[in-house]
Design a protein around this ligand. Structure first.
Ligand code: SF4
Ligand code: SF4
Length: 529
């Protein structure tokens, strides 16, 4: 670390990191190493004096026994003095270290158990805290200054061991953006050392970095001490958008779409069932007692490419004879993108409206064709009074295969597929096996990318990135992920999310279309008997 200076043990110069931290992290490590080395070394020396006084060696302590030979010419008094001096030095370095301890990163030794034990319970790592926008007494939203963060977010910085693992996992940092979740935690800690929390959050992380986050949750998932830097970033976004009306202007189109037409594509609600024309897809008005309520999602309902997924899934449901219904024009965007961009007001309106409709329908189970919808309805609507059993379409396909309601033609093409786990499916909701099982049931060979399952690498669309350009960096997140998929040698990238579909398709096009990109539902529907 001191000689080779690996890039993974620090952050790039372009990333905002407190100047004291650039040297302080190494100094902290050096001091603790020197302290414990000296302590242990002097304990050995002390023991060697002790053995020399006894006049024999100890076969269980070969090194100390060898060292004790050095004192063979010393008289008894000198050996006693030597033993005492070594003992006092070994104890003294530890005592001398104690006042420094609370100011060093090693305070984490005491804080980490509290960080794990006292962290609020969450349904998933990405579940955001509820804000009641009907409460007129709330004067401030999100975090403008460090003192606006919750106590658990402040505690994160004391728990941080400054290991940079979160930075290594961050798709934004990995593609050369100036965002580093580790730097954010470290900057918080260095300002706390100065004894104040009255510091603007934008002194701890740059505005550009705030908007580079994809809310993929990799930093939260990988942190060995349970820190949640993503939560700070989303709190800053809440403050910027709600208090300052300050957000990337490209997001305006999606915001307007959600406000006017209840979907970020800004497609008229009247056209929401167009994707199903010519197919038998019952709405809740036509089938009031469905076993499954299919939450189609804005993308599968309105985006031309994602509509193919919706049609494929409808074909699967119809073939299996599932008793299902869709909300049709009563379905609105869940508000996920608005919420991750800080527009809690839009999210609040959409969530309240959706929960009211869903509670009226009282679905037995909900299946979604989008992991973002799944995440929001399952984990964030309970705060609005909506508690539902929600599954992903790949899980339902799994059930249908298991119960023999669908079967696939296996005289196939021996297609080799790699599955790209969507962050909001694999990492945020721990659903990783069903999509793979679906593909295997359809006779495909599934090969894995180095980062898969809950450790998957983001496609770059989450956290409202879908609706804006990426911040400047050395590459694009979707292209970085696509190159991993291509390196597997598979013919096809299978996805389970319309956002991933869009990002992987763009990356494949940019690379000359070496692989096809298809949703699991499409691949299964193509092989239905
Ligand atoms: S949520 Fe993802 S993109 Fe955002 S800081 Fe964490 S790792 Fe980086
Ligand atoms: S992974 Fe956790 S402990 Fe390590 S630098 Fe990031 S926040 Fe700190």
């Amino acid at each position: 670390r001191y000689v080779l200076k690996p890039a993974s043990a620090t952050t790039r110069d372009t990333t905002l990191l407190n100047p004291k931290a650039r040297k302080g992290i190494l100094r902290d490590s050096a001091i603790v190493t020197a302290t414990f080395f000296t302590h242990n070394f002097m304990r050995m020396v002390e023991e060697s004096f002790h053995l020399a006084q006894l006049g024999h060696t100890d076969r269980w302590q070969p090194v100390i026994s060898a060292v004790s030979g050095l004192w063979s010419a010393w008289d008894a008094n000198a050996l006693v003095v030597g033993e005492h001096v070594a003992w006092w030095i070994s104890l003294g370095v530890v005592v001398a270290f104690l006042p420094y301890f609370p100011y060093s990163k090693h305070i984490h030794l005491f804080i980490v158990p509290f960080n794990f034990g006292l962290k609020p319970e969450r349904k998933s790592i990405g579940q955001l805290s509820y804000i009641n926008l009907d409460d007129q007494s709330i004067e401030r939203f999100g975090a403008a200054r460090m003192k606006d963060l919750g106590w658990e977010q402040i505690m994160d910085s004391y728990a941080c061991i400054q290991c940079f693992r979160c930075q290594d996992a961050c798709p934004a940092y990995n593609t050369g953006k100036i965002l580093s979740p580790a730097a954010l935690e470290i900057n918080k800690r260095y300002h706390l050392k100065d004894g104040t929390t009255d510091v603007p959050m934008l002194d701890l992380i740059s505005e550009e970095a705030v908007w580079a986050c994809t809310s993929c949750g990799a930093c939260v998932d990988i942190c060995p001490v349970g820190n949640e830097p993503m939560r700070d970033i989303l709190d800053i976004r809440r403050n910027l958008t709600l208090m300052e009306s300050n957000f990337p202007k490209q997001l305006e189109t999606a915001f307007k779409g959600m406000e006017r037409n209840q979907n970020p594509w800004n497609v008229s609600q009247g056209d929401r069932m167009k994707w199903a024309e010519g197919m038998n897809v019952p709405t809740i008005e036509q089938n009031g007692e469905p076993e499954i309520l299919w939450w189609v999602g804005c993308a599968p309902a309105t985006d031309a490419r994602a509509q193919k997924t919706a049609r494929a899934f409808a074909k699967i449901l119809n073939t299996a004879g599932v008793n299902y219904a869709v909300l049709g024009q009563n379905e609105a965007c869940t508000g996920d993108s608005a919420r991750r961009a800080g527009r809690e007001d839009i999210f609040f309106g959409l969530a309240s409206q959706n929960v009211e409709i869903l509670n009226e329908v009282a679905p037995k189970r909900i299946v979604t064709t989008c992991p973002h919808c799944l995440h929001t309805i399952k984990n964030e609507y309970p705060a609005f009074g909506g508690n539902y059993q929600v599954i992903h379409h790949t899980q339902l396909i799994n059930e249908l295969v298991g119960s023999g309601k669908i079967s696939m033609n296996l005289d196939g093409d021996n297609m080799k597929v790699t599955f790209h786990d969507p962050c909001y499916l694999g990492r945020h909701n721990k659903i990783t096996d069903p999509p793979r099982n679906d593909l295997k049931s359809a006779g495909m060979e599934v090969v894995e990318m180095p980062r898969s399952g809950a450790k998957s690498f983001c496609c770059g669309a989450g956290g409202a990135q879908m609706w804006k350009e990426e911040e400047a960096g050395s590459g694009r997140v979707n292209e970085a992920r696509f190159s991993e998929a291509k390196a597997t040698g598979a013919d096809t990238v299978a996805v389970g999310c319309p956002f991933c579909m869009s990002m992987m398709t763009d990356a494949s096009k940019a690379d000359g279309n070496p692989m096809q990109v298809k949703d699991v539902a499409e691949l299964v529907a193509e092989r239905l008997k």
